[in-house]
Design a protein around this ligand. Sequence first.
Ligand SMILES: [Zn+2]
Length: 399
Amino acid sequence: MAALAVIIGCKPKSDDELMAKAKKIHSHILSIDTHTDTPFWFHREEFDFSGEDENNRAKVNLKKMSTGALDAVFLAVFIGQDDRTPEMYDTVYKEALDIFNAIHSTAKRHADKAAIALTSKDAYQIKKEGKKALFIGIENGYPIGKDLGKLSEFYNLGARYLTLCHTRNNDICDSSTDPDGAEHNGLSPFGYDVVRELNRLGMLVDVSHISDSSFYQALRTSKVPVLASHSNARSVCDNPRNLTDDMIVKLAERGGVIQVCLLSSYVKPDEPNPVRDSAYHELYKKYNHFKDLSPEVRKEAIEAWYALDEAYPPVLATVSDLVDHIDHIVKIAGIDYVGIGSDFDGGGALDDCRDASQMINITVELLKRGYSESDIEKIWGKNFLRVFEQAERYAQSLK
Ligand SMILES: [Zn+2]
């Protein structure tokens, strides 16, 4: 790079110049983060989504979004996988409704600065009004139980994608990380119906977290391109949560998009940290693996978790490591099939991009590596919106 700069007679840009250029680009492109677990905070009384409260631990709030030049986020209605009994299905369905309510009431409380977005066009309109766009996605199909009708109910509450499963198998499909291995060898018969119903509604099929067989079957079944809302390239960081080169290429051939994720272990293999590991082991044992806790004990456990994280900070991957994934995806599939889904408040954090206020650092790194403004616009949202629009158009065509 330096040699080329000498030949063409200009000196490489300083970090300040690159940051100024990044900010200028962000003033007229739309930037979307397609996966955050920030609603995790919405139930807490003391939580303030505006971000004016200095003690705010959430990685995404309106102030941090402004600082990081982020225009839109997907807020996840996330339910961790548990027993698949009728009683539990009833419980988690109600929990999901509570999270939808919390998202809508948070948006209402901050209506001067944010608005719920429902269509691919909404985000542009909301940015024009000087506000932040809040989309809703569901992470884990668990709360629909075995009832396809729940999908349209959740769609009507604003959900625009469904991550078919989470870290364990469910009644829809196999997970990439279930310790018991495959159960359905991909999608269950109900899972195939779920994919078709998502297509009918205009909701995106999110293939993050699902097993490789589930991925290929979902890809073949879906009538429209699919989304990986927060996943990386397995050949850059070997983790079952990431997509193989073949999966990325097939996803792209069908017009889909993979949104790179900022969860450090999916960006770069963790460095061994036995002291931290054993401290966490003790903590999980003490608090019954965060299961069946009273609200008070749960709060105490979360505080202890944060204290431990501060006492033994992990060595995190960097923005440069993350952009290695983008480079790789662009190399094997092309610039039109990659985007960004942070997983903030669900484990996402890089050493130099710890929360939404530092998202613009990714743009600075992209500029350093020679990505053009139009490339950056695609990565930050245009690619994702193309996929979203195709899902909307297909659903419209059925009416
Ligand atoms: Zn996730």
